[in-house]
Each structure stands twice: as C-alpha cells, then as structure tokens.
Design a protein around this ligand. Structure first.
Ligand code: PEP
Length: 272
C-alpha cells in the first residue's frame, strides 16, 4: 500500500504570525473535520524563518513540516544557505527538492538535485523530488523523455534501498500557479511513466525480475490543484497525493484538498 500525501508549498508567502495562524487553522480544521478519518500524510512547507513557529503550532497534530529547499553540504562558508542538519535539529522531516521555481530562478540543475537528494537521505529527511516539463517541451512531445532524464540524473548513485524512501512530485511547469490543470488522466499517465522509469533504473540487466521499488514510492501531482480538482485526481491509479501551492495558503481551500486525500487513503487502506 502506498501512502497518500497532501503537501502544501507556502512558497515566499506569510510572515511568522500569518504562518502560525494558518498552521493553527489547519490543526483545528483537521481535528474538527477529519478527526475520525484515515488521514493522508499531511505536510506543510513554510519559509525557513517560519519553520520553528509552525513546528511548535502543529506539535501533537498529524501535520508534518517540510522545508522548501536546502543546501547539500553539512556546514560551511556558504552565506545565506541552510544545511540539512539545521533542519533536522528543529524537527523538519520533509524537504522539497528541485522545484521548478528553484530550477528556473536559482540555477538548480539535475546535478544539484542529485546532490540534495543524497544529502536529504543521509540526514533522514524525506525528499519530495520535483520533476516536470515546460510547455514547449510538452508541445514538442518531449514530456516523457525530459522526465525520464530528470529522474535518471536526479537519482545517480542512489541505491535501490534509498530510492524506496523518496517521494516524487510530477509538476508540469505550465500548470504551476497558472490555474491550468493537467487533465487528471494525463497526469496519471505521466505519474505511471515516472514509476516505470524508476523501476527501470533499478532493474539490472543480469536479473530476470524487474525492480518493483517504485511501486511503493508515492508519486504526487502538482499544478493548480484546487478543491474542485482533487477528487478526480485522487481517483487515479498512480497519483498518490498532491503538492499544492496557491491553494495551500488558505485553510478553507487546503482542508478540502486534505479531505480529498483522506478519501484515497481510506480506499487504499481498505484494499491493503
Ligand atoms: C507548487 O508550488 O508546487 C504548485 C504546484 O503551485 P500551484 O498549486 O499554485 O500551481
């Protein structure tokens, strides 16, 4: 059984006070509306400065906290950066790696993604590795090859055992923050393609049996997820949750999305 994960990426929004308020509304909302439900894993990813306050606010609740980025080194003279042990020391358990905004605006590459994935695994952080194609790549029918390349170069020198600890998010760049949703069936096809690409990566040519490592890895969809889209997305065979940007910034929008994840979690729990 794969976990269902609903993760909110708060990007560069919210002051510390605003982040506390949102986290408190989510804790209260989950308790009130979803108290008796089979919950998905819920993750919120505020800015670095808000992490301690949000961690304190969600303590004792089912909500986990992730960072939106980190450096891959343990410490050093790297002004402005945050190291993995600094995140684990305050109680962060997830980290988003390779978000398209980091690739686009901060020079992140498949190589730095690979270094960061290794660093996250070394420090016991769960990486949410983002992959996705640009609009032009989709229009030129390059989606599958672009994603396969992002996966294979992002996972260089990562063992099969380590790969089992990953979460992957399929985030078509053209759907992020645009209000344009990738159709659920197409998002499902690409999520399955990601799973197949990972399995292929760990299938050794001399072995008859192919690797099934990715069958257990949650693959999320991200890109303009809203309360109105989540049910159809959660009905798909290979979409195990959502990475949500804009709609995670308001409790009244994020809570129904968590509810959508809870429905999927309940169905998969009953099948297990
Ligand atoms: C994101 O930031 O990962 C994202 C998917 O944003 P949005 O939901 O706003 O498209």
């Amino acid at each position: 059984m794969r976990k269902t994960i609903i993760a909110g990426n708060w990007k560069m929004f919210k002051t510390v006070a605003e982040a506390r308020e949102l986290a408190k509304s989510l804790v209260d909302g989950v308790k009130a509306d979803l108290g008796g439900s089979a919950l998905p894993d819920i993750v919120v990813c505020p800015t670095f400065i808000c992490l301690p306050e949000v961690l304190t606010t969600v303590k004792g609740s089912p909500i986990a906290v992730g960072a939106q980025n980190m450096d891959y080194r343990d410490s050093g003279a790297f002004t402005g950066e945050i190291a993995p042990p600094m995140l684990t020391a305050v109680g962060v358990s997830y980290v988003i790696i390779g978000h398209s905004e980091r690739r686009q605006f901060f020079g992140e590459t498949n190589h730095t993604v690979n270094l960061k994935v290794k660093a996250a695994l070394k420090h016991g952080l769960t990486p949410i590795v983002c992959v996705g194609e640009a609009l032009g790549e989709r229009e030129e029918n390059l989606t599958d090859s672009v994603i396969k390349h992002q996966i294979s170069s992002g996972l260089v020198d990562i063992t099969e055992e380590e790969a089992a600890k990953l979460v992957v998010a399929y985030e078509p760049i053209w759907a992020i923050g645009t209000g344009k949703n990738c159709e659920a069936a197409e998002a499902n096809r690409v999520c399955k393609h990601i799973r197949d690409a990972i399995n292929e990566l760990y299938t050794h040519k001399d072995k008859k049996e192919s690797s099934r490592v990715a069958d257990m890895i949650p693959v999320l969809y991200g890109g303009s997820v809203k309360p109105s889209t989540i049910d159809e997305q959660m009905e798909q065979s290979d979409i195990d949750g959502a990475l949500v940007g804009g709609a995670s910034l308001k409790a009244e929008e994020f809570l129904p999305i968590i509810k959508g994840g809870a429905k999927r979690q309940k169905i998969s729990a009953s099948r297990a």
